[in-house]
Design a binder for this molecule. Structure first.
Ligand code: ADP
Ligand code: MG
Length: 629
């Protein structure tokens, strides 16, 4: 239990004891009212001093109608009412109400704490220590103290403390905490490993590639911690609602106190009765169940998504996703694997090996999936060739100077730009053309495979109510068409430059329909501008890629498109629960308010009802934590 909660419990206990004692003193009828008042003031202040201080603080900051203010004014009113002619003192009531309120606060803190804890437990990826090799010895140190380039040892059962590359050993890594994926990932020498994974079998030695603070686990934790800062419409609605609602309630309370006595003929006789009703009315008016449960619902929804390896950067994005009407996909690396295989090499001026050789050299530094495949097709990298002035032209290809000659590798657009007479190819697949000093040198046909769950992703999105699915690609028309057909996409546009993709997204944004949003899904390579332009930008395959994590609003740790349908479902579920809480809390509130105004609910009962609603709403909110894949 936290220190603060413990202290509050002690205050509750002390106040309860004092209250019982004072009740006996009061019964003995030996003291005048003023003395009793002063005596009751002691437990009242013990239990309520911080509420009063908060209220005062808020009044000074210009926020007059806060929850604390309502509690303060109502209990002070109850304390003072006994001094009115003909009224019964309500000292006990005043202390009691404050007591209830504080107990409610304790419960609320505990519930919130609980769901926060369950999220951090689910995201149990923070490593505690690292075994670093220094001067032939293995030292156990804080991961923050390990530098890039050092070698660490990860034993079976341990968490990988920081990102790096395996230099010795084979093992399988459990990535479930990062990706939600329960199938372990096999790693051996040369493979990248990410912090937060758990080493299952063998001992591996890893050369650190990122310091602890920049490693995957730290990045994710940071993201999750900041996720609650982006406020959704629903949450802002609550704040706005409270701003209008509270003054209305205060005015109504004043009306309840003064109007009926004015019309009753004997003002003084009935004023104290109506005043206590008005105060009760004030006490119950506080919309705390709403104010607390809605943000908590979103928090739980975000937690649920992270459990599945989906990081949502704020509740506003969760809300936007729940209204997704159009989902736009990038092709390469998003719907397709982005792992190309060379299926044909058609040289014009040289032999096949020479053509592959040139292409691999030009692609030496590119991170594009095509580049990786071309490098893999010609792995003999260590020769004496010089590669200089490398320039990557987004959506077209790469240009570099190899052994003094300008070599361009890319699509027909790039060939046209350098004036090379390219030849069409009858083969299906992505065609990568090569030109040397502006003279056409031939092309390489590569083909990519559709991811196994792409089709399911499109179908599930439709089932979740998404109206249009669209693919935008820089690849050829033929390839785009066959992918779109295979997946059942509603629409596709090919041969686009990154700017052209932005134009299409603009057009789709304009036509998406009222109250609907547009989500763009990409792999973070070449599509940062579109990710930023869409209502919700989703980047996939982010494990280890900072660029994608930074540019997107929603980050999928692994690269499975089916996670997009899942996050939409989680978003809808969360929004539905938030709405339930809003309706439930307001309905009970209105009912209790009416009862209070009619004098049918004593003050303590009103507070009890209030605390009850809050606890139920908070419990309901934590349902958003659960959604099966
Ligand atoms: P997508 O929209 O499918 O993700 P990109 O916009 O990344 O595709 O690339 C569009 C086209 O530009 C590719 O199909 C390819 O023809 C060419 N291209 C892009 N980058 C490269 C590269 N590094 N090497 C060769 N060609 C490339
Ligand atoms: Mg791409």
């Amino acid at each position: 239990m936290e220190q603060e909660t413990r202290r509050k419990w002690i205050r509750v206990a002390v106040t309860s004891v004092l209250l019982v004692g004072l009740k006996i003193v009061e019964k003995s009828q030996r003291f005048p009212m003023l003395v009793l008042f002063l005596l009751y003031l002691v437990p009242y202040l013990v239990i309520g001093y911080d509420v009063l201080a908060e209220a005062w603080e808020e009044i000074r900051e210009g926020e007059v109608f806060s929850e604390d203010f309502l509690m303060g004014i109502a209990t002070i009113g109850a304390l003072a009412i006994g001094f009115l002619p003909g009224a019964k003192p309500e000292f006990t009531e005043a202390v009691f109400v404050m007591l209830f309120f504080q107990v409610g606060e304790i419960f609320e803190d505990m519930a919130e704490d609980n769901s926060r804890k369950s999220i951090t437990q689910l995201m149990d990826i923070r490593p505690d220590s690292a075994n670093v090799e220094r001067e032939g010895k293995i030292l156990v140190v804080d991961p923050g103290e390990v530098a890039v380039g050092e070698t660490i040892v990860v034993k079976p059962g341990e968490k990988v403390p920081m990102d790096g590359v395996v230099v010795e050993g084979v093992s399988s890594l459990d990535t479930v905490a990062l990706t939600g994926e329960s199938i372990p990932r096999e790693v051996s020498v040369g493979d990248a490993v990410y912090s937060g994974c758990v080493n299952q079998r063998g001992l591996i030695r890893v050369q650190v590639s990122k310091v602890f603070g920049e490693s995957t686990a730290s990045k994710i934790l940071e993201l999750v911690e900041h996720a609650s800062e982006g406020k959704s419409h629903s949450e802002r609605f609550i704040t706005r609602f409270a701003r209008v609602y509270t003054p209305v309630v205060v005015v109504s309370a004043i009306a309840v106190a003064f109007l009926p006595p004015l019309f009753s003929g004997d003002f003084l006789a009935s004023f104290s009765i109506w005043l206590i009703r008005a105060l009760t009315f004030l006490v119950v008016s506080c919309p705390c169940a709403l104010v607390i449960s809605v943000p908590l619902t979103f928090f739980s929804g975000i937690g649920c998504a992270s459990k599945h390896g989906i990081l949502v950067k704020g509740s506003n994005y969760l809300e936007a996703l729940s209204k997704a009407g159009v989902v736009v996909f990038d092709k390469t690396g998003t719907l397709t694997k982005g792992v190309f295989e060379v299926t044909a090499v058609h040289p014009s001026e040289m032999d096949e090996t020479q053509l592959l050789h040139l292409a691999a050299h030009v692609e030496r530094y590119s991170t594009h999936p095509i580049a990786a495949s071309l490098r893999a097709a010609y792995p003999h990298e260590s020769d004496t060739c010089t590669v200089e002035d490398v320039e990557e032209i987004a959506g077209q290809g790469v240009r570099a100077v190899v052994n003094g000659k300008v070599v361009c590798v890319g699509n027909t657009r790039l060939m046209d730009a350098v004036g090379a007479q390219w030849k069409p190819c009858e083969k299906t697949g992505t065609i990568i053309h090569v030109a040397v000093d502006g003279v056409y040198a031939g092309h390489i046909v590569i083909s990519d495979a559709i991811k196994s769950d792409s089709k399911e992703a499109i179908q599930n999105l439709k089932a979740e109510g998404v109206q249009r699915t669209v693919m935008l690609t820089g690849d050829r028309k033929e390839v785009a068409e066959s992918v779109a057909k295979a997946l059942g996409l509603d629409d596709w546009h090919a041969g686009l430059l990154p700017a052209g993709k932005v134009d299409w997204v603009e057009k789709l944004l304009a036509s998406k329909g009222k109250g609907r949003t547009l989500a763009f899904v990409g792999d973070g390579i070449n599509d940062a501008p579109v990710l930023a332009r869409a209502d919700v930008g989703i980047a996939m395959g982010a494990m280890g890629s900072d660029a994608a994590i930074d540019a997107a609003d929603v980050v999928l740790m692994d690269d499975r498109p089916s996670k997009i349908a899942l996050v939409v479902r989680i978003a809808r579920h969360t929004l539905a629960i938030a709405k339930e809480n809003v309706v439930f809390a307001i309905a009970v509130k209105v009912a209790v308010l009416i009862l209070a105004a009619l004098g049918l609910a004593p003050m303590w009962l009103a507070v009890f009802a209030d605390v009850g609603v809050m606890v139920l709403a908070v419990l309901n909110a934590t349902r958003a934590l659960k959604q099966r894949a």
